[in-house]
Write a protein of this length. Sequence first.
Length: 100
Amino acid sequence: MVATLPLPGFVQVRAFPMESHGDAQVSVVWRSPLPLPHLLLEGFVDYNFRPGDKRLMTDCQLHYMFNGHWGATLEYRYNQLLRGTGKDFSGLAAAIYCGF
């Protein structure tokens, strides 16, 4: 895939009557170009309709696109579904990628 810069922004709401664990889910997915032509912010928020307090998962990514193929990403993720499992339920990550 070759991206044409700048990428368009959007907001999308999706509803899933039954997700992977049998729970219903509502998701908001978004992308927002920033004032600099090679920067964009995108992510999602998932809300799972399940008993208890482990319902929310969110991901936010800041992308810098060098050109149509190469880019770098800084990401933050928060996942309540992992709370109480002994695993990290939030964290930061950085990556360089090549799309083709």
